[in-house]
Design a protein around this ligand. Structure first.
Ligand code: COI
Length: 355
C-alpha cells in the first residue's frame, strides 16, 4: 500500500554537530514524522514537518496518567555508502505490544515504515559516518486527549524524531560498573516491565542516581518478588559467561524482550556456544565468581550496543569480572553485530534493511 505523506520542508536547516562530540540524544535532525489518532477516525494526517515543539493541552492525559510508549532503533552509514536499518519491523511490532499493554491503539506498522523511510530520505545528511556513530531513531506514541478522567485517551499522536549519536555510556566501549539494586525494584510479572513505557524509566532514576554516587553507570535490577533473580539493567539486557556457557535471564514477564538480546542469542547459537535463557540468582553469580567460573559479563541494547560489564557492586560486596577488561566473547559479539549493522560483514540472518 502506498501512503500519502504530506511534506513540509524546513526553511532553516540546522548546523550539524561535530561527529566526535555527539554524545547520546542531544542533537536532533531537521524534520520529524507525525500522525494523529482519534477514536472513530483512526490514524490520519501523516506528515513530515520541520523539527519543532508540539503544543498540548495541559490536561492531555500523557501528563497525568502516563500513556506513553517508545522504541529505539538506528540507521547506519555503510562504508560503501549504503544506508542501513537493523530489524526495523521488529521495533514496530514491539511498539504495538507496548501499545497493547498500555491500552493504546495499534499503529499501522506499514505506515510507520513508510514515514520512517521518507524521513530518513529527507534527513539522510544527518547519518554520521565516524566510527561508532549512527542515527538513533526514536518512534513514540503519546495520549493527547484533554481529560482528567482515568480512562484510555480518545486521541493520540505518533511521532518519529531522530538524533545523530555516538556511544551511550561515557565509558564508550570500555567496561562499565553496574550496581546490583537490592532496595528499589523495576517491575513485577503482570506489570508493565515488558513494555517500553516512559514510567519504567522514570521509576529507575532514583536508584540510578544512587548507583552513580558509587561510581556505577547503571543499576542491575533484581526480581520484585524474591529480590534475588537477575532481571535487566534498564537500558540493556544482560549476559554472563559462566563455565563456558552464556546465561541470560529468561523473558519472565517483567523484562524487556530486547531486539539486540535476540540477535546476540542467535549469534551465539550460530557459533555453537551454549546459551541458556533461565533464572539466574545474584548468589549464583557471586558463587561462580568465587570459583573463577564467571569469566565475562556484558549488556546488550540498541543504544548500549554491546557493553562489557567490568565490575558488579552490591550491598554484600563488589566483584571484578574478567580483570575489569573487555572479554574475548563480548568483543567478538560486538564486532560481528556492528559488522552486520554497518554492512561490513555478511548478514546471513536477513536483519539488515537497506534504505
Ligand atoms: C534503546 O536502547 O534504544 C533504549 O531504548 C534504551 C534507553 C536509551 C532508554
Amino acid at each position: 500500500m502506498t501512503y500519502s505523506i504530506e511534506i513540509e520542508r524546513s526553511t532553516a536547516p540546522k548546523t550539524k554537530p561535530q561527529e566526535d562530540q555527539l554524545g547520546f540524544g542531544k542533537h536532533f535532525t531537521d524534520h520529524m514524522f507525525v500522525v494523529d489518532y482519534e477514536t472513530g477516525k483512526g490514524w490520519h494526517a501523516p506528515r513530515i514537518v520541520p523539527y519543532q515543539g508540539i503544543t498540548l493541552d495541559p490536561a492531555a492525559k500523557i501528563f497525568h496518567y502516563g500513556q506513553s510508549v517508545f522504541e529505539g532503533l538506528k540507521a547506519y552509514r555503510a562504508e560503501d555508502g549504503r544506508l542501513l536499518l537493523f530489524r526495523p519491523q521488529d521495533n514496530f511490532k514491539r511498539l504495538n505490544l507496548s501499545n497493547e499493554r498500555m491500552h493504546m491503539p495499534e499503529i499501522d506498522a506499514d505506515l510507520a515504515m513508510a514515514g520512517l523511510q521518507e524521513l530518513i530520505r529527507i534527513d539522510s545528511g544527518w547519518i554520521p559516518s565516524a566510527p561508532g556513530t549512527s542515527l538513533y531513531i526514536r518512534p513514540f506514541v503519546i495520549a493527547t486527549e484533554p481529560s482528567l478522567g482515568v480512562a484510555p485517551s480518545a486521541k493520540y499522536q505518533f511521532l518519529i524524531i531522530m538524533s545523530p549519536v555516538g556511544a551511550y555510556y561515557a565509558e564508550g566501549i570500555n567496561p562499565v560498573k553496574i550496581y546490583v539494586e537490592s532496595g528499589y525494584v523495576r517491575a513485577v510479572k503482570g506489570g508493565v516491565g515488558t513494555a517500553k513505557t516512559a514510567g519504567n524509566y522514570a521509576s529507575g532514576l532514583k536508584a540510578q542516581e544512587e548507583a552513580a554516587k558509587r561510581g556505577c553507570a547503571q543499576v542491575l535490577w533484581l526480581d520484585g518478588v524474591h529480590r534475588k533473580y537477575i532481571e535487566e539493567v534498564g537500558s540493556m539486557n544482560v549476559f554472563f559467561y559462566i563455565d563456558g556457557k552464556v546465561v541470560t535471564p529468561a523473558l519472565s514477564g517483567s523484562i524487556l524482550d530486547g531486539i539486540t538480546r535476540r540477535s546476540v542469542i542467535a549469534l551465539l547459537k550460530e557459533w555453537n556456544i551454549p546459551v541458556e535463557e533461565r533464572t539466574i540468582s545474584v548468589d549464583e553469580l557471586f558463587e561462580a565468581h568465587e570459583r573463577g567460573a564467571l569469566t565475562e559479563a556484558f549488556g546488550s541494547g540498541t543504544a548500549a550496543v554491546i557493553s562489557p560489564i567490568g565490575a558488579l557492586y552490591s550491598e554484600n560486596g563488589d566483584i571484578e569480572i574478567g580483570g575489569g577488561k573487555t572479554g574475548e566473547l563480548a568483543a567478538k559479539v560486538y564486532d560481528t553485530l556492528t559488522g552486520i549493522q554497518y554492512g561490513r560483514v555478511a548478514d546471513p540472518f536477513g536483519w539488515t534493511y537497506e534504505l
